[in-house]
Design a protein around this ligand. Structure first.
Ligand code: HEC
Length: 85
């Protein structure tokens, strides 16, 4: 009986954590997705609060050019960083 209970709790925990990670994936904006996939090829992913609203655009333009990103991707990334710093 105790084993059955433990198994049930484990199944419930796994189900809940899977649902959570699905939600997180869905809530990622295009800017966050582009940031995560393009800004850690040369170094670790920078922290969003590493730069101010005024500093991020120049940074993303500079490294976006190196990473050969489109203007739309650069703008999405800037919007994401400014909203989250
Ligand atoms: C082509 C390789 C490359 C890519 C791609 C790249 N970076 Fe960098 N990044 C560097 C290098 C090299 C440095 C060290 C400083 C320098 O030499 O420019 C750096 C440093 C930084 C710094 C610290 C600079 C400072 O003056 O404090 C930030 C912030 C940064 N990168 C953000 C980004 C962001 C945002 C992206 C995605 C758009 C990105 N990087 C993509 C190469 C890259």
């Amino acid at each position: 009986m105790v084993r059955l209970l433990i198994m049930l709790i484990m199944v419930a925990v796994i189900t809940i954590s899977c649902q959570k990670s699905d939600l997180q994936k869905e809530s990622r904006s295009p800017g966050e997705i582009a940031f995560r996939s393009n800004c850690q090829t040369c170094h670790i992913l920078p922290k969003t609060d590493m730069k101010t609203d005024a500093e991020w655009p120049a940074m993303v333009n500079r490294y976006g050019e190196k990473a050969k990103l489109s203007v739309a991707q650069v703008n999405d990334i800037i919007a994401y960083l400014i909203a989250n710093n």
